[in-house]
Design a protein around this ligand. Structure first.
Ligand SMILES: CC(C)(COP(=O)(O)OP(=O)(O)OC[C@H]1O[C@@H](n2cnc3c(N)ncnc32)[C@H](O)[C@@H]1OP(=O)(O)O)[C@@H](O)C(=O)NCCC(=O)NCCS
Length: 361
């Protein structure tokens, strides 16, 4: 009898289970891997949207009834793609295949539902994770897009004091409404998104109409700004951009900014699109500015100034970290804005992000 009880409890200790997470699991999930991301982890501040929301399911992985891992899955692209994020495993359980088994069970959970459109899996992987797990990840996933993260830090009240204008007073920029973004993605936007995908903050979408409402879901902090002229964003301004640091400047970004795409030829000037969103984190706030298209250094500076002023007007009492995520290194843009604002160097380990995809099987 004693032996039987022992062997049952031994089996229990090894039992691995996939469970759906609820909002009540907040404490256990936050404690899986406290502050792995250098003080910029979004999970403690964005837990609810990771387990509740359109097409969203949060998952726990348990070994012997103990939660050892978490990740979130969202159906996007009109149900064609499962977008994974916020993955983490308890430090003592890493490197022995737990996340691999967890992810395979998660896929099975979705395959069992026989969702008629579901075909692909997508995730964003940072350079730190890619360095340690890339050899495993790239056995089945392919890299669709690679982007560079240019980061700096600031103290919001200080930058606010240095500001001489409001974001709305910067000429040459237009903020896009939900309908503008919808019209943009319904037209030919390949000159902005040559890979047909957009990484926006912590999520990545196919550029398609079915994602517009997900992008704006929950009245989140997202703002799209455009400069330059394009038929797809008909009302975008043609005003010249004059940056207060140095006056008008047609200089390009080093490395020429983004290479012109064939489809650019139908547009009379450079078009730069930026998308900003933020979340609170242990280091104050993190602001993501995702940039698409090509533009002059002055265009880039105007976009960065817009997002910076927006940030300091919202989080007026906070330290903030700012990440520019683009296909080129944006250090020269930050350097130029240092002529106006006190932007501090940041030494984050996250220098690159990779968007990877595979077929669901
Ligand atoms: C990244 C992390 C979740 C990997 O967990 P792990 O249990 O040590 O990983 P494993 O030993 O199972 O090896 C990784 C397996 O998961 C798969 N995988 C799927 N998505 C992955 C992802 N986003 N990151 C790493 N591996 C991933 C790999 O392909 C590999 O599969 P395999 O078993 O078929 O070879 C873990 O190191 C961790 O919690 N790191 C800190 C948080 C973090 O960096 N999260 C990812 C952010 S992009």
């Amino acid at each position: 009898m004693a032996d039987a009880a022992k062997s049952t409890s031994g089996a229990d200790e090894l039992k691995e289970e996939l469970c759906v997470a609820t909002v009540d699991d907040f404490d256990v999930v936050v404690n899986i891997s406290p502050d792995d991301n250098s003080g910029i982890d979004y999970l403690p501040y964005r837990y609810h949207p990771l387990v509740k929301g359109p097409g969203v399911t949060g998952f726990l992985y348990k070994i012997g009834h103990k939660v050892v891992a978490f990740q979130c899955a969202q159906l996007v692209d009109g149900g064609q793609t499962l977008l994974l994020n916020a993955g983490r495993v308890t430090p003592g359980t890493r490197g022995v295949g737990v996340f691999g088994r967890f992810t395979r069970r998660l896929f099975q959970h979705f395959m069992d539902q026989k969702l008629p459109h579901l075909k692909h899996v997508r995730m964003i992987v940072n350079n730190v994770n890619m360095d340690s797990n890339g050899h495993k990840i790239l056995k089945s996933y392919r890299i669709i897009m690679e982007r560079t993260v240019t980061s700096f830090e600031l103290y919001a009240p200080e930058v606010k004091n240095q500001a001489t204008r409001l974001p709305t007073d910067i000429p040459g920029l237009k903020q896009l409404s939900r309908d503008d973004v919808h019209a943009l993605v319904c037209g030919d936007s390949s000159f902005l998104f040559p890979e047909g995908r957009a990484m926006l903050g912590i999520r990545a979408y196919r550029v398609m109409a079915q994602n517009t409402d997900l992008v704006f879901y929950g009245g989140n902090s997202r703002a799209f700004i455009v400069s330059g002229e394009t038929n797809d964003v008909r009302s975008s301004s043609r005003l010249p951009i004059v940056h207060p640091c140095e006056g008008e400047n047609k200089e390009s970004l080093p490395e020429g900014g983004l290479p012109a795409q064939e489809s650019d030829k139908t547009h009379s000037g450079d078009v730069l699109l930026s998308c900003g969103s933020w979340y609170p984190c242990n280091r104050g706030h993190l602001y993501h500015m995702d940039v698409y298209g090509s533009g002059s250094l002055d265009q880039w500076c105007a976009h960065l100034e817009w997002h910076l002023l927006r940030l300091v007007n919202v989080v007026s009492e906070s330290e903030a970290n700012f990440h520019i995520v683009s296909s080129v290194d944006a250090t020269s843009v930050v350097e130029k804005l240092r002529g106006c604002f006190h932007l501090k160097h940041a030494d984050f380990p996250f220098k690159k992000t990779f968007l990877v995809e595979k077929e669901l099987s």
